[in-house]
Design a protein. Sequence first.
Length: 158
Amino acid sequence: MNLEIMRRIKFCAGHRLYQHGGKCEFFHGHNYVAEFYVTNHHVDTVGRLIDFADLKSLFKGWLDQHWDHGFILNQADENGLNALRLVEPCKYYELPYNPTAENMARYLLEVVCPELLRDTDVRATRVVIWETEEAFAEARMSDGDSPAPDSNAVAVAR
Ligand SMILES: [Zn+2]
């Protein structure tokens, strides 16, 4: 049996889709909702997989620091990155691929969650990113997937 719980975190961020060719190539932003699903086979003596407050501080802490009120860009998007670097103060985060909802969910699941949950008893199975109230993308661990904390992604915030 698997037990699974979810913590939802809201954040605001700007992005653009490099070489999209349409309106998503303009700088714009979204009120995102991220849903983090974590699992374990057993509960602790209190009856929890993990304290929801701990999940909140881990996930909200990371999102507040790196993505909230910042821009998320493809690291190949030199033009966009150079434009942002002209602004003081600025906050941006480089992903190794385009900042679509799919790729943001995947990055959180593959790179961020293993790091954040390293000292807990739970592991992340799924991350959902709602980009609008009507559209979401989901990244889900497949059987046999092992968390891969290493990545080419570079975090830049200032
Ligand atoms: Zn967008």
